[in-house]
Design a protein around this ligand. Structure first.
Ligand SMILES: [Zn+2]
Length: 51
């Protein structure tokens, strides 16, 4: 019925988009923030949802 919402996960340090994900707006209302490895920063950083 409804299309999955594709979201981009952006490194909060270098602001590069490293990951893509899907979010169900019905279950997740807040912006996603995940600790993920950034190959540009070469360390784990906070990745935030961006559009
Ligand atoms: Zn980074």
């Amino acid at each position: 019925m409804s299309q999955d919402n594709l979201i981009k996960m952006e490194c909060s340090v270098c602001h590069r988009i490293n990951y893509f994900s899907h979010k169900n707006k019905k279950t997740i209302k807040n912006r996603l923030e995940l600790e993920k490895y950034c190959k540009w920063c070469k360390k784990h950083t906070t990745h935030k949802e961006t559009k």
